[in-house]
Structures are given as structure tokens and as C-alpha cells.
Design a protein around this ligand. Structure first.
Ligand code: GLU
Length: 490
């Protein structure tokens, strides 16, 4: 059993640089699940100190995506809490104060090197065969006079942390002990020339001052952990424990990327995925419970979640699996909810009018119910219904030549003409005894039921297979059936 510091306080600390990515959503979910399991507190913190990367509107987007997933935090920029502010741009005096303390302690210093000087140094190291060039520490030993000279010149400066020789061992709760030799680190910047903190300073200071006891975040931050531990040690602050969760790779086993993969939670939402399905799927990206079961409610996930079962190896995001899982959830939805969601998607695509007059609304509702009877079972996402409905509502289309050829025989044409008359004669297309009437008409024209159905389906939809005809008829409606049969008989 892994020992944690109590009380357990965990945080999710996204940078508002765009919409919520599935990787971020997975990190948020793991934090919320573990805190729920162990009775801990969750904190949401916006890390917005990189002005060049912050995107206006991202905070609102992140909050909306988290809410859609059902991930709630006990403290945060909107909820408030005793450890605020929860937005780093509102905590600047804290970081400046810490940087001043570190400087007074001799653990940090002002660096006046210009970008050109740094670049020259970097090139010289590369030329000398150094693989990962680092800052050589030139300003660490500046004389007071030189320092004042630079200040008088008005040279911009940053504050760097003075790294001592040695190594830092991160006792990671997922990876075990990971050693980092300080030799590769160089004196890293903690305060930028505009007075804003770097990520490492702000994250380390906030974790400590917000009494965070367990930091669970993506693997890519493991190399940042030594710097954060050094800052905390220099300040005499208690570090949290760390658990770095595995990377998420795409089907090609490369890092998921915005450019090549669907990664935004909002994109999955727009594609008709259900939040419960996405949460269930994300929980299995880098973690698995005991046993074979895969469908878990949020509460069941929270009851089963444990640090011990987080994987070390990267997880692979398999969209086909997610679609499969979403279908499981769609099938478990109450029928009225399924119809409501599909109705919304179809209306948004202008494929379902739900007009205000009762009669027409009842017609639209009945259409929707029939649509779900016909196609609901095959849908993997709500949005999958849109192209199907679009095909049903589309104006008549020319058939592919091979299909047109199939409808050319005299018997088939006579059969289709009879069905056309039959449809014109009935008063409603709902609940017709088609399974009796259509084979009878087929027999009158010397056709086998199977062949007749196939031809009829091609004439009506352009496909050889599909929904049962007794559902397809009312979905198409008399006018479209007439139009499509007439076209196929030309
Ligand atoms: N703001 C960082 C990010 O979005 C989070 C780093 C952390 O969790 O420490 O990647």
C-alpha cells in the first residue's frame, strides 16, 4: 500500500492555452477519482503565467468541458476556497517575494546575459560536443559593481536558481525512484525579465502554499520535478508526493497531436459522444481495475481507482474502442433520453422539424421514435444518426449504374410499379401489414420475396441492405417513396 501524506489534497493545474485535451481530461479525471476514493480535496488552478501562450476564452472553455465531463473540484477560481487566488496571474507578489527570499539566501541570483550572449554560449558548447547545452553560470559570480553597472544601463534581467552539484531523486509513486544528475540542469530561470514566474517556480510554490500533498500529472512533467523539489528544499517547504501518469499515444504509437488526431474534449462532444462514455474510456487510459469488466459508472470507477494499478507504459488512444464504448452507453440510455439527444442533433442539422403546432410536433416525435427503432441499435455516436437521416431526407439521387441495371428486368419494374400504386392507396404508412402485402405483390409478379425486397430497397435507398421496410416506409413518407420509385422506373 502506498503511503500518502494526509490530509490528501490534489490539484489539476491546466494552462489556459486552448481547449481541454483528452490528456488533460485524463489527468483531471485521475485526480478526481483518487481524491474521491481516498476522501481527499481537489483543487483547480489555472497556470496562466505564460502570456505568450495564453488564449483568451480558454478558461471558460476548460471549465465548460470539465463540467460536461462531470468533473467537479472542491476549490478553484470559480468555486473559491481558503487557498486562493487560484489563478497564477493573481499570485505574482507571492512569486516575487519567493524569488527575493531565494536571492537573499544565496540560492538565486540576477542574470543579465543577453539573448545573444546566451546563444553564443550555447553554440560554443554544441561545437565542443556538449549534447544538452546549459547555462554556464556566468552571472552567479558577478561583482556588486558589475551588477549595478548593468542595472544603470537598464539591462533586462532574469532571476536564476543556483543549482548545487549533486543529484535529486524523485520518489515517484508510479515510476519508483528516478535519479536526476544536477550536472545536466544548469541554473534555470525562476523569474522572467517581465517579473513573471516560470512554470517551475509558480507550480512548486503553489503546490506548497496550497498544501497540495499529492501531485498527479502527465509523465512529460517528470523532468521538471527535480527543479521544483530543489526550489522547495531551498525554501524549507515540504514537498508533495508525485505520481506521473503515462503518456497517451495515438494508434500509430506517436504522441497524440492536435494536428493529426481528434484530441479536444469539445470535439468528442460535437461528434456525439456521451460524457459518461468518454469518462469511462479515459479512466482506462493508463489504469485498469482488477478483472475483465470495462463498463463502469463514475462512482464505480471512484470505488475501484488506485495508484497501485496505474500503468508505467504509455497508453494508446484507440478511437474505435471509444466508439464501441460509447455504443454500450447509448444502448443503456433511457429511451426518452436517447430520442432527446438524437432529436437535438437532427434538429441542429435541419433534419427534424419540431414545429410548434401539436399535430406536426407529434409527427416529428413519431418519426424520431421510428428512426430510433430502425437505426438506434447500430449507432456508435449520436452524430452517426445525422448522415443516415440526411440520406432519408435527401432529394432523389441517380442510382449507381450496377444498381440501375438490377432494376431493369420487366418483372422487377412491374413489381415496383405495383408497390408504387399500393403506397398511393394507403392512408398511413405506419403499421401497414407489409410482411404480408409485399411478398404477395412479389408473388403476383413471379418474384421471390428476397429478390423483390432487395430491388425495392435499392430503388428506395440506393443500398442493398438496411433497416426493416416496415420502418423505412414511414421514415421516407409517401411523397419520397413516390418520388424514388418514379425515378427508378424511368
Ligand atoms: N500547467 C501545466 C500543464 O498544463 C501543468 C503542470 C503540472 O501539473 O504541474 O501542462
Amino acid at each position: 500500500m502506498i503511503e500518502l501524506i494526509s490530509p490528501l489534497r490534489m490539484r489539476f493545474a491546466p494552462s489556459p492555452t486552448g481547449s481541454l485535451h483528452v490528456g488533460g481530461a485524463r489527468t483531471a479525471l485521475f485526480n478526481v477519482l483518487l481524491a474521491r476514493r481516498l476522501g481527499g480535496t481537489t483543487v483547480l488552478r489555472f497556470e496562466d503565467t505564460d502570456e505568450t501562450r495564453s488564449v483568451p476564452g480558454s478558461e471558460e472553455g476548460l471549465l465548460a468541458d470539465l463540467a460536461w465531463l462531470g468533473l467537479a473540484f472542491d476549490e478553484g477560481p470559480v468555486t473559491g476556497g481558503a487557498y486562493g487566488p487560484y489563478r497564477q496571474s493573481e499570485r505574482l507578489p507571492i512569486y516575487m517575494d519567493v524569488a527575493a527570499r531565494l536571492t537573499a539566501l544565496g540560492r538565486a541570483y540576477r542574470c543579465y546575459c543577453t539573448p545573444e550572449e546566451l546563444e553564443t554560449e550555447r553554440r560554443a558548447q554544441l561545437a565542443a560536443g556538449v549534447k544538452a547545452p546549459r547555462y554556464g553560470g556566468r552571472c552567479r559570480t558577478l561583482e556588486e559593481g558589475q551588477r549595478q553597472g548593468f542595472e544603470r544601463e537598464g539591462r533586462p534581467s532574469v532571476v536564476r536558481f543556483a543549482v548545487e552539484p549533486g543529484e535529486t531523486v524523485v520518489h515517484d509513486l508510479v515510476h519508483g525512484d528516478v535519479r536526476f544528475d544536477h550536472h545536466h540542469l544548469g541554473d534555470f530561470v525562476i523569474l522572467k525579465s517581465n517579473g513573471w514566474p516560470t512554470y517551475n517556480l509558480a507550480a512548486a510554490v503553489d503546490d506548497a502554499t496550497m498544501d497540495i500533498t499529492l501531485v498527479m500529472r502527465a509523465d512529460e512533467h517528470l523532468p521538471n520535478t527535480p527543479a521544483q523539489l530543489m526550489i522547495l528544499a531551498a525554501l524549507g517547504l515540504r514537498p508533495p508526493r508525485y505520481a506521473h501518469v503515462p503518456l497517451i499515444l495515438n494508434a500509430e504509437h506517436q504522441k497524440l497531436s492536435k494536428r493529426h488526431n481528434t484530441v479536444g474534449v469539445g470535439e468528442f462532444r460535437a461528434q456525439g459522444f456521451l460524457p459518461q462514455a468518454l469518462v469511462n474510456y479515459l479512466a482506462f487510459l493508463g489504469w485498469s481495475p482488477e478483472g475483465e469488466r470495462e463498463i463502469f459508472t463514475f462512482e464505480e470507477l471512484a470505488a475501484a481507482f488506485s495508484l497501485e494499478r496505474i500503468h508505467h507504459a504509455p497508453a494508446v488512444f484507440d478511437e474505435r474502442r471509444l466508439r464501441w464504448m460509447n455504443r454500450q452507453y447509448l444502448q443503456r440510455l433511457p429511451r426518452t433520453e436517447f430520442e432527446r439527444l438524437l432529436g437535438e442533433a437532427l434538429s441542429a442539422a435541419d433534419l427534424l422539424d419540431i414545429p410548434s403546432s401539436d399535430g406536426a410536433a407529434a409527427g416529428a416525435q413519431r418519426w424520431l421514435t421510428t428512426f430510433v427503432d430502425a437505426f438506434g441499435d447500430g449507432l456508435e455516436t449520436i452524430a452517426d444518426g445525422v448522415p443516415i437521416a440526411r440520406e432519408l431526407c435527401a432529394p432523389v439521387q441517380a442510382l449507381a449504374p450496377e444498381q440501375a441495371q438490377e432494376l431493369r428486368g420487366d418483372a422487377v419494374r412491374a413489381y415496383l410499379a405495383s408497390v408504387r400504386r399500393y403506397v398511393a392507396d394507403v392512408s398511413t404508412l405506419h403499421d401497414l401489414p407489409l410482411s404480408h402485402d409485399l411478398p404477395k405483390i412479389a408473388a403476383e409478379h413471379g418474384l421471390k420475396k428476397r429478390d423483390a425486397y432487395r430491388s425495392l430497397r435499392i430503388a428506395l435507398t440506393g443500398h442493398e441492405h438496411g433497416a426493416p421496410l416496415n420502418l423505412l416506409f414511414p421514415l421516407l413518407g409517401a411523397a419520397r417513396i413516390e418520388e424514388r420509385l418514379a425515378a427508378s422506373l424511368q
